[in-house]
Design a protein around this ligand. Structure first.
Ligand SMILES: CC(C)(COP(=O)(O)OP(=O)(O)OC[C@H]1O[C@@H](n2cnc3c(N)ncnc32)[C@H](O)[C@@H]1OP(=O)(O)O)[C@@H](O)C(=O)NCCC(=O)NCCS
Length: 194
């Protein structure tokens, strides 16, 4: 069984990014991410309606983290107070040393390798500090950018569920990806992919 502990909050840093704890003042940026057509296109969840709902989401993230059920990082540029995205582990299955990863970035910053960089940090944290054995990612198969970032990290598609997810009057397919700790490609190798 995993012994998770997210206190003190683990700040993760790379050359271009700082991954830090989400705070209530991030609500306007979280609202923007969670309400825009472009970012929500393949998330297949309702867009949120207000900054107030984003504040509640941040409070819920905090509560989940205190119970070691999930951890979310706000993605920001060094020396900037604003988040440009979010990334984290949820649906943590401590007994199986497994967790699901999720991420989202503001469209102004797409295709610059930022999520690839953030995934490096978070996957390394998941395997080396949380002691996960495997990391899962579930995507809408039409989300080609998300598929690409996962494949660049060495994730492999292990499953494909047909019409298993009902949203907005449609039954949607789900592609299930996984990365095993033992097959984690080295930071150096993947860094060369971007
Ligand atoms: C998916 C997402 C996080 C990617 O973030 P990003 O910082 O742009 O990712 P990166 O720049 O690290 O890599 C993107 C890769 O996808 C590729 N890509 C982008 N759009 C693509 C498309 N429509 N079809 C195929 N590949 C695409 C890029 O070319 C790049 O690959 P490359 O390095 O080989 O050129 C971002 O698009 C996003 O936030 N989308 C909305 C939220 C979302 O869907 N989250 C995932 C839910 S499962």
């Amino acid at each position: 069984m995993l012994n998770l502990n997210f206190h003190p909050f683990p700040i993760l840093e790379s050359e271009r990014l700082v991954l830090r704890k989400m705070i209530l003042t991030d609500a306007p940026q979280l609202f923007e991410l969670r309400s825009a057509e472009k970012t929500m296109r393949f998330i297949d969840k309702e867009k949120i309606a207000s900054v107030h709902v984003a504040q509640t989401m941040i409070q819920n993230m905090d509560a989940q983290m205190h119970q070691n059920l999930a951890i979310t990082w706000g993605i920001s540029l060094p020396r900037s107070p604003y988040i440009i995205g979010t990334i984290g582990f949820w649906r943590i299955e401590a007994e199986h040393h497994r967790a699901e990863i999720g991420y989202m970035l503001h469209p102004d910053f797409w295709n610059k390798g930022y999520i690839t960089e953030a995934l490096h940090l978070v996957i390394d944290y998941g395997f080396s500090i949380m002691k996960l054995h495997s990391i899962e990612a579930r995507i809408n198969p039409q989300n080609l950018a998300s598929r690409r970032v996962l494949e660049k990290q060495g994730f492999q598609q292990e499953g494909f569920f047909k019409e298993n997810y009902y949203f907005n009057g449609n039954f949607l397919d789900t592609a299930v990806f996984s990365l095993l700790q033992s097959s984690r490609v080295s930071v150096k190798d993947t860094a060369m992919n971007k």
